[in-house]
Write a protein that binds this ligand. Structure first.
Ligand SMILES: [Zn+2]
Length: 145
């Protein structure tokens, strides 16, 4: 673990390359992303998406409580990606109030896409290979290594 050296700067490119460095150098690392879907669940608004999941207002309150708890981690190996201010400032501010970690552990939920999409294709899988770490990939409901 590279403790105390996570230096997310809330800059798309800098944070992307910091995440690449952490993938290689950290003993353990989590990147949990929260954006408009998670924010609306926490606000108890009915919301779903084309992937087929659906949160119903006042119906999934245990899930909502567990989601809120999942945003409270302050472990040094845990990085959160929140909505960016340029695309969704309202939910960015909302989620920023929910999380308890410091800014050094916060970046953007869309770190792999939008203006970083080409960087993701160019560097992500090479970085995973370079790390020589076991990879757990979720494929629907089947988990494989
Ligand atoms: Zn944006």
């Amino acid at each position: 673990m590279v403790r105390g050296t996570h230096i997310m700067k809330q800059d798309f490119k800098d944070d992307f390359f910091e995440m690449m460095r952490l993938i290689v150098e950290s003993a353990s690392l989590a990147f949990a992303r929260a954006a408009d879907g998670e924010a609306n669940i926490l606000k108890n608004n009915t919301i779903g998406n084309k992937d087929g999941w659906l949160y119903k207002k006042d119906k999934n309150l245990i899930f909502r409580a567990d989601l809120r708890k999942s945003l409270l981690c302050t472990d040094p190996g845990y990085i959160y990606g929140l909505s960016c201010t340029c695309c969704d400032e309202t939910n960015h501010k909302y989620l920023l109030d929910v999380v308890k970690t410091d800014l050094g552990h916060l970046t953007f939920s869309n770190l792999w896409v939008n203006s970083n999409f080409n960087l993701f294709h160019e560097h992500f899988f090479e970085t995973l290979k370079k790390s020589k770490k076991d990879i757990v990939k979720q494929l629907g409901k089947i988990y494989s290594c």
